[in-house]
Write a protein that binds this ligand. Structure first.
Ligand code: ZN
Length: 164
C-alpha cells in the first residue's frame, strides 16, 4: 500500500467526469487499498478516485473515520433522495475551507461493492452527506459549487490565497 497525492483546487482533474468501472481487477483493488490508506492518513471521512488523480467511479467513505466502519462503492448511483438538510462540509481537495451545503437527508443508492457484487442500500444523515459529496466528485462537482455567491467567493479566495 502506498499514499497517493491528493489533488487540490484548482487542478483540472477535479473537474473531469469519472468513467464507469467495467471490471474489478487487481488494479482497482490496489487503487482502493491506496485510497483507504490515503484517506485515513489525511483524517478524511470520504474520498473519490478523481481526488487522487484516477478517473474511475470509485468512492470510499467512513463516517466515523475508522477502519471498522469503512465502505467502498464502485459505480454508485443515487436512485432516490428524500428530505433536505443543510450541514457543514469540507474537502481534502479544498483545504482550509468549509461551507454549509444542502443535501438529501435520506438516499437510496445502487452500487457495486469491492467484490463486484451489486448492493442496494439506504443511507441517512452524515453518511448520506458523505456519499452525495463523493458522488459529486465523480461528476466533477465540488461542494463550493453548491454555495451561494458570497460564500463561494470567500472559499475561492482562501483556496487561491487571495487577500480580501
Ligand atoms: Zn471532497
Amino acid at each position: 500500500m502506498s499514499l497517493m497525492k491528493i489533488y487540490t483546487y484548482p487542478d483540472d482533474i477535479l473537474r473531469k467526469k469519472c468513467l464507469s468501472v467495467d471490471n474489478i481487477s487487481s488494479d482497482e483493488i490496489g487503487l482502493i487499498e491506496d485510497m483507504i490508506e490515503t484517506m485515513f492518513a489525511n483524517k478524511g471521512v470520504g474520498l473519490a478516485a478523481s481526488q487522487v488523480g484516477v478517473l474511475k467511479r470509485i468512492i470510499i467513505a467512513s463516517p466515523s473515520a475508522s477502519r471498522d466502519n469503512l465502505y467502498v462503492f464502485i459505480n454508485p448511483v443515487i436512485v432516490k433522495g428524500e428530505g433536505k438538510v443543510a450541514g457543514e462540509e469540507g474537502c481534502l481537495s479544498l483545504p482550509g475551507t468549509d461551507g454549509e451545503v444542502e443535501r438529501y437527508k435520506y438516499i437510496y443508492v445502487k452500487s457495486l461493492n469491492s467484490e463486484g457484487k451489486e448492493v442496494e442500500f439506504e443511507a441517512k444523515d452524515f453518511f448520506a452527506r458523505i456519499i452525495q459529496h463523493e458522488i459529486d466528485h465523480l461528476n466533477g462537482i465540488l461542494f463550493i459549487d453548491h454555495l451561494g455567491f458570497t460564500a463561494r467567493q470567500r472559499a475561492i479566495n482562501i483556496l487561491t490565497g487571495k487577500k480580501v
